[in-house]
Design a protein around this ligand. Structure first.
Ligand SMILES: Cc1ncc(COP(=O)(O)O)c(C=O)c1O
Length: 362
């Protein structure tokens, strides 16, 4: 029986990447050492690092005045590290709260400074993104933060807000590398790797160099963006294996046709799934059509027991990790780059059969 993983993260990796990763487990440098055993100060790791960065720069067309930092601590760590690194000389920051993760990011920032909530999606139960022309932006804010895709709530930005001279900062953790991204629209973007850039343990920060040098004195050395940029992300031991994996994923995306191809696949998969939900008269998606995530498709069934049954039967048929986030209840299918067309087709066939068996007769 085929087995498919729809987890929100850590999540499905492309099979070709997993196969390639086996090479890194063997004698990788010709001296009998695997990637996990090589010193991070040596030439072999320098090659892994620079190749990964070069491929990422090529994929996203990252301009030369942006630094790419490979660090640890997860996106959650960045929730603190953003104000720590970007605040100096300013007293407040702007946050758009559009779901679970931006709420957490704003809460964490409150430990360091005044947080101005420019838009609050809680007022509509996180079913839509408040229209950005109506956001209450503060021109004196150190930055304006958004979460491009709310993994738990299934909400995604389609266009970026205009923030004037205030740098736009985005948590792109769950839709990173799923479509081209105009980096110039942002002062900084950051992402945990374990969705579309490999495995947990690595966080990517892409930051315009004008934002370096603003850290508060309390910022830990190993998380200081300016010092990290100067040390080529090697102040202390980097997550060597996670960086190697990220490099393999970047190469795989390039070989598959790049980010335009990833976007085309994802749009196709999401369209099929939302169509199946909307046309069923049985499944239901609460998110407004204009804000629906193409990545984390959240939906519900008429009753909680039916949802339990759906999950149990799906598991039995090899369709794994469809339970929604604890903060949002319901079901969720995550359609990251590593989720194949066969997986999506399998899910659609199962949903169709389940609805046929359990939907009340019209
Ligand atoms: C949008 C978003 N931001 C932040 C996080 C937290 O990431 P981490 O657990 O790697 O710190 C997640 C985790 O799922 C996420 O989806």
């Amino acid at each position: 029986m085929a087995s498919y993983n729809f987890a929100a993260g850590p999540s499905a990796l492309p099979k070709a990447v997993l196969a390639a990763a086996r090479e890194g487990l063997g004698d990788w440098d010709g001296n009998g050492q695997s990637v996990m055993e090589i010193p991070f100060t040596g030439e072999a790791f320098a090659r892994i690092h620079s190749e990964a960065e070069a491929t990422l720069r090529r994929l996203l067309a990252i301009p030369s005045d942006y630094q790419v930092l490979f660090i640890q601590g997860g996106a959650y760590g960045q929730f603190s590290l953003l104000p720590m690194n970007l605040l100096r000389g300013r007293e407040s920051v702007d946050y758009a709260v559009t779901g679970h993760w931006s709420q957490r990011a704003a809460n964490e920032a409150k430990r360091y400074c005044r947080v101005n909530i420019v838009a609050d999606g809680a007022t509509n139960g996180f079913t839509d993104i408040p229209e950005w022309p109506e956001w209450s932006l503060d021109p004196a804010a150190a930055y304006c933060h958004i979460t491009s895709n709310e993994t738990a709530n299934g909400i995604q930005f389609r266009e970026w807000p205009e923030t004037g001279s205030v740098p736009l900062v985005a948590d792109v953790t769950s839709d990173f590398l799923m479509a081209p991204l105009d980096i110039r629209r942002f002062g900084l973007v950051y992402a945990s790797a374990q969705k579309n850039a490999g495995i947990a343990g690595l966080t990517l920060v892409i930051v315009h160099q004008s934002l370096l040098g603003r850290a508060l004195p309390i910022t830990p050395t190993v998380f200081n963006y300016e010092l990290l940029a100067a040390a080529n992300s090697r102040i202390n031991t980097p997550p060597v294996w996670a960086l190697y994996l990220a490099g393999l994923v970047f190469k795989w995306i390039l070989a598959e046709g790049g980010l335009a191809e990833m976007a085309a696949r994802n749009r196709r998969h999401a369209r099929w799934l939302y169509q199946a939900i909307d046309e069923s008269g049985f499944y239901h998606c609460r998110v407004a059509e204009s804000a629906r995530s193409s990545v984390n498709v959240c939906f519900e069934l008429p009753t909680a027991p039916l949802q339990q049954q759906f999950l149990a039967e799906a598991e039995a048929q090899g369709l794994h990790n469809l339970k929604g986030h604890a903060a949002a209840t319901g079901l969720r299918a995550s359609l990251y780059n590593g989720v194949s067309e066969a997986a999506v087709s399998g899910l659609l066939a199962f949903m169709h059969d389940f609805a046929r068996c359990h939907a009340p007769a019209a």
